[in-house]
Write a protein that binds this ligand. Structure first.
Ligand code: COA
Length: 380
């Protein structure tokens, strides 16, 4: 069975794009990935497109805009893990020997769909009691502070770190450095979370070109990065009240990924995790087993998750700084991993990084712990 390699990456600027739609953004990202791979786009044999709120057959519109209509195309919706799931499906097709060259795109024009806080699906209990995404995470933050003694200032260090990383990323939604005081003085959204604790409503797209061993050797040998694992799980049914501060879904998906890649959490050099809110980064890195439970806030305070730290977390700026166009997010995380592993991340480069991990988790359904979780491991 062949390995799968990422040989080209592309990404639009993340932010507000009032003059474009998800098709335009997806097409731009796809063309950039093709140019980055340095291949003739006619080599692409199949396409996978992740999006959430963009309506029917978004992927077909993207392909038509770049002159690739007619390819086998699979649209993928898996909440915030849509783009990552598109990569996983694409990698399976290569691994199975069906295709040698495929593209995975993730795209979302979120500002045309939402103003203000995103709401859960109307069928969910959270929606029935009027909760929004920020308020759900606010309750988890409050509970974590109660259980582990995290201070509000410690929590504020996470958006500070991520937005300061985003200031080094020319494609990020936010490019301004902030301080703990900026976080604590920003407007309240859902206590204890304030504006800077929330990812923004973002438009954007990203794309990656995947190849088999055979195609990689022929077309793009030198800059390829190996996709060592791409795992996915959906949440189990909650039969009793579950912890608000530990994510079994993240833990199980990560264990699958570590096993598949033949590594342990101690081998990860840096990661991009789903920090849709500041507290989410805490829950995710601890769920991934990268830090012990209750230990991450103090580690951030010691600088361990900084660009120059022991385990840099969200060097791209993460969802808090780079932005969160739902369908585009999982693919953009892999774009960052590839740029870091190739040594092409400019002034946010992590020296000597060999193993990068990306984590996405999103969605909810009645009685289900969390809808979809993905973990991808890339190695050089
Ligand atoms: N962080 C920092 N600043 C933000 C921001 C954020 N998350 N969201 C908005 N702003 C700032 C911007 O400067 C904006 O100015 P601009 O219009 O010049 O860009 C200003 O606030 C007003 O923005 P607006 O979009 O009107 O804010 P809002 O009150 O409607 O929305 C939130 C703010 C926090 C409610 C919204 O960003 C949100 O819900 N974020 C979470 C998204 C989410 O749930 N994603 C899925 C998670 S799984």
């Amino acid at each position: 069975m062949t390995d799968v390699h990422v040989v080209g990456v592309g990404m639009t600027r993340f932010g507000k794009h009032p003059d474009a739609d998800s098709t335009d953004l997806g097409a731009q990202a796809l063309l950039e990935a093709v140019a980055d791979a340095g291949i003739d786009p006619r080599l692409i044999e199949a396409a996978y497109c992740g999006h959430v709120f963009q309506g029917m057959v978004t992927g077909q519109r993207v392909l038509a805009q770049v002159g690739l209509a007619g390819l086998p195309l699979t649209n993928v919706e898996n909440a915030c893990s849509s783009g990552a799931t598109a990569i996983r499906e694409a990698s399976f097709a290569v691994r199975a020997g069906e295709y040698d060259v495929v593209v995975a795109v993730g795209t979302e024009h979120l500002t045309s769909q939402f103003r203000g806080a995103l709401t859960p699906d109307p069928s969910d209990p959270e929606a029935a009691v009027g909760a929004t995404m920020p308020s759900v995470y606010a309750m988890r933050a409050r509970r974590y502070m109660h259980e582990f003694g995290m201070t509000r200032e410690q929590l504020a260090l996470i958006p500070v770190k991520n937005k300061n990383n985003a200031a080094l990323n020319p494609l990020a939604h936010f490019r301004t450095r902030i301080t703990v005081e900026d976080v604590l003085e920003s407007r309240p959204v859902a206590d204890p979370l304030r504006l800077h604790d929330c990812s923004p409503v973002t438009d954007g797209a990203a794309a990656v070109i995947l190849m088999s061993d055979k195609a990689k050797k022929r077309f793009c040998d030198t800059r390829a990065v190996r996709l060592a694992a791409s795992t996915l799980r959906s949440g189990s049914v909650d039969v009793e009240p579950t912890s608000m501060t530990f994510e079994p879904l993240t833990r199980l998906t990560a264990q699958d990924a570590y096993e598949r890649a033949g590594i342990g959490p101690e081998d990860v050099d840096f990661c991009e995790v789903h920090d849709c809110f500041s507290i989410a980064e805490v829950l995710r890195v601890e769920g991934l087993g990268l830090f012990g439970q209750g230990e991450y806030p103090a580690a951030v305070q010691r600088g361990e998750a900084d660009l120059g730290g022991r385990l840099p977390v969200n060097p791209s700026g993460g969802l808090l700084g780079k932005g969160h166009p739902l369908g585009g997010t999982g693919v953009a995380q892999v774009v960052e991993l590839v740029r870091q592993l190739r040594g092409e991340a400019g002034n946010r480069q992590i020296e000597g990084a060999k193993v990068g991990l990306a984590h996405c988790r999103g969605g909810k359904a009645v009685g289900i712990e969390g809808a979809a979780c993905t973990v991808q491991v890339l190695t050089r």
